[in-house]
Design a binder for this molecule. Sequence first.
Ligand code: GUN
Ligand code: ZN
Length: 427
Amino acid sequence: MTIYRGTVLDTPDDPFAGGALRADADAGLLVRDGTIAERGPFAAVRAAQPDDDVVDLRGGLLLPGFVDTHVHFPQVRAIGGLGLPLLDWLERCALPEEARLADPTYASTVAREFLSGLVQAGTTTALVFGSHFAAAVDLLFTEAQRVGLRVTSGLVVSDRLLRDELLTTPERAYDEGLALAERWHGVGRNRYAVTPRFSLSCGNDLLDSCRSLLGEVEGAYFTSHINENDREIATVAELFGVDTYLETYDSHGLVGPRSVLAHDVHPTDAELKVMAERGASVAHCPTSNASLGSGLFPLDRHLAYDVHVALGSDVGGGTGFSLLKEGLQAYFMQRLLGERGYPLAPVHLLHLATSAGARALGLSSEVGDLGVGKRFDAQWLRPRSGSTLDVALRHAADPEDALAKAFTLGTTGDVDTVWIDGEVVAP
Ligand SMILES: Nc1nc2[nH]cnc2c(=O)[nH]1
Ligand SMILES: [Zn+2]
């Protein structure tokens, strides 16, 4: 057994429902077989376990590993395509890069870059938008198992309006998806997610085949995009002859408690009501929404309807893997909404980046906070001595203030060590 000593911050109680930040200065976390067995003042935990190893993490902050609920595996090298709205960005930046993953050697290199990017950002769990190529998705799961990250992912499918190499058929989508799920779902920390790219590129027969696959794979997840961009939304309404985007998924039985819909920048009230009834979650992707000019996320309306919201980096529409940056951008965008903005405090940002994501992915009993009984999935933020974050943390007034400094100034370069199930994860 090992005792980890440091300043521990986490959010076991939902701050949107009144929960406070849990902050323990000089805490001890006793970890046995990857699970947190005790948590208390270091001196007390140490006194009860005088012979165990102590890992000294004083200085900096010990936080739960981040949970990224929307991130694209094939888009690591597409990060930084600035200046375009969604559909142009897809055509000019993202999809040409995604087509390159037809080559398994290329896909394997990108899988390594992708997982290393997540780990270096302090992310330990992710819902990953896979590739249109089954072999590439297989390589992603293989690499995820080697690195140890908790990955839920799947074959991305489309059958219209994208470049030809990325298109499939309903039958092939089902067969390839099932083969991947049989190989990887529930193996190690991997799980399968049925992943139509978005309704714009998916006809009704393909969405039907997604529903069949979802019914076939017990416990599988569903993820896609929704209500991101005005032109996208208008095109979907025209293609399907529907009033709301959500209907295109819901009419195929794809919306439920294991569904995560990315973006939702422009929802109708009717859609929010149905999402809440179904228990679906929304992945809020702030840097992507800002960079692609998609809009300002109506967090207040999601909360008013009780729609569960977590955070996604949306690499490569988003600007990097750091959920610290996403948290700060989420805060900025609520500020820019003026009176309609939700006043996000540091505790909300930590919740959105950790426990909210765990809940969206049905993993709350295992990860998302550093309480007794949870797996030790954690990150040690330790800024370089003399850096501005180091100075700011040393002079922070209280734990909330320290967390505000971490989200404002922290970068992936401040993530010193990452653990999953009590094992150090090497990037
Ligand atoms: N941001 C974003 N939106 C999408 N909608 C369909 N595909 C994508 C994508 O790759 N990124
Ligand atoms: Zn996306």
